[in-house]
Ligand binder design. Structure first.
Ligand SMILES: C[S@@+](CC[C@H](N)C(=O)[O-])C[C@H]1O[C@@H](n2cnc3c(N)ncnc32)[C@H](O)[C@@H]1O
Length: 387
């Protein structure tokens, strides 16, 4: 088992990751970081299972660390094949003392300590915060190239999964994954993990979505990712309310899944959304909406450009009303200051106190300085109806 853990996250979220890990795993010692990338020294004989849950909101991906690979020729993409990368002895955190001259892939496989690698995940560390210079975290063409190179050099091709040649194909639960994080053009960090959750099955916790040409806002991406990650069991034909729905990208994602959507927002919805017969616009602020408007609604999403406690106040007023029975929630909580990240456990506790027994949160790939919180009542206990 490895001595170090690696974590990748959104640029700016490093402090939040350190705080979360310090609170949940006090024996892990922060070791090394670059923007969007951190390592932690694990305690001796930590006994962590290969697929252990880090229980982190801000870690987009994590795994056991193998070490740093210098891939000098990658600076010139065309030369990547001729590179002579080197792998650091396992767990060495500082670059500079490169050891060995073996090909990076072979060395990385050897460093997997005899584990049978079934899949390879390659991704680049984020270069900017989402939205800065138009940056969106994604699997880049450079990562696809490196994936191909590692795949072709695999010393045990017979052990790879059938679809392992596809750099975007998610791993199956239980598969052993070799991780390659491109820190920059010349250095890769190698690691491994056992796929388990939705995020750990995707390379770098990244899913590849393309904003449809007719999407009226980027919120389509957030909603689509939130629905996939949370796996809320919303049945086709369900009634969903969105608080903070304008101009309507998220509503489009919900409508495309066959849901009936009530959008609550004082701002204007895009005409194409208003034209959908399954969409109703309640053009008011949420406190001004009569509770009876929510009586037939079982699922509630919120994406308001306000502080988290305001969003939670607005949602609480709806879900705790005696005439309203909401089974599940998908909330965007904005973090106008990174210090608010420390209060995420408090926000989750508040949602639990409303009767939601499954509450999870994650900073999604398409979230900016905000998180997604999913909550479910399982089993669902509808409140007795009061006319
Ligand atoms: C980030 S935008 C929402 C984007 C939207 N979900 C989409 O899919 O295009 C935030 C919205 O929250 C709305 N908002 C802010 N406070 C609100 C409130 N109390 N009730 C309803 N909407 C609110 C704003 O009018 C604004 O349109």
């Amino acid at each position: 088992m490895s001595d170090f853990l690696f974590v990748t996250c959104q640029i700016g979220a490093e402090g939040a990751v350190k705080t979360e890990i310090g609170r949940r795993w006090p024996a892990f010692r922060f070791a090394f970081s670059r923007p969007g990338f951190l390592t932690f020294k694990l305690p001796a004989a930590h006994g962590l299972a290969a697929d252990f849950d880090l229980e982190s909101v801000f870690a987009r991906a994590y795994g056991f660390s193998l070490g740093l690979v210098k891939a000098g020729a990658v600076a010139n993409r065309g030369e990547a094949e001729k590179g002579e990368p080197h792998l650091l002895p396992e767990g060495t955190a500082e670059p500079g003392s490169f050891a060995g001259t073996e090909d990076a892939a072979i060395a990385a496989w050897k460093a997997c300590q005899g584990r049978t690698v079934q899949r390879i995940h390659v991704w680049e560390r984020d270069r900017f915060a989402p939205g800065v210079h138009g940056f969106e975290p994604n699997i880049t063409p450079a990562a696809v190239d490196v994936h191909r190179s590692l795949f072709e050099r695999c010393p045990q091709p017979q052990s790879l999964a059938k679809t392992a040649s596809d750099p975007l194909q998610p791993a199956k639960p239980g598969e052993m994954v070799l991780d390659c994080i491109m820190l920059d053009d010349t250095q890769w960090w190698m690691g491994w993990h056992c796929a388990n959750t939705f995020a750990s099955r995707h390379p770098g916790g990244l899913i590849s979505l393309t904003l449809p040409a007719d999407a009226v806002s980027r919120a389509w991406l957030k909603m689509e990712e939130g629905l996939r990650w949370s796996q809320l069991p919303i049945p086709k034909g369900a009634r969903v309310a969105e608080i903070g729905s304008a101009p309507g990208g998220a509503s489009q994602a919900l409508l495309a899944r066959g849901f009936w959507v009530t959008g609550v927002d004082p701002a204007e919805m895009a005409p194409s959304v208003l034209a959908n017969p399954h969409f109703t616009h309640v053009r008011r602020r949420s406190p001004q909406v009569r509770r009876r408007e929510f009586r037939k609604i079982r699922w509630l999403t919120a994406d308001m450009n306000v502080a988290p406690n305001y969003t939670l106040d607005a949602v609480e007023a709806i879900v705790t009303h005696p005439e309203v029975s909401i089974r599940g929630l998908l909330l965007t909580l904005k973090l106008p200051h990174w210090e608010l990240a420390e209060r995420v456990p408090e926000y989750m506790e508040r949602v639990r106190s409303w009767g939601y027994n499954v509450v999870r949160a994650r900073q999604l790939q398409y979230n900016r300085q905000e998180i997604c919180l999913a909550a479910l009542q399982k089993p669902f206990c509808r409140k007795p109806f009061h006319a």
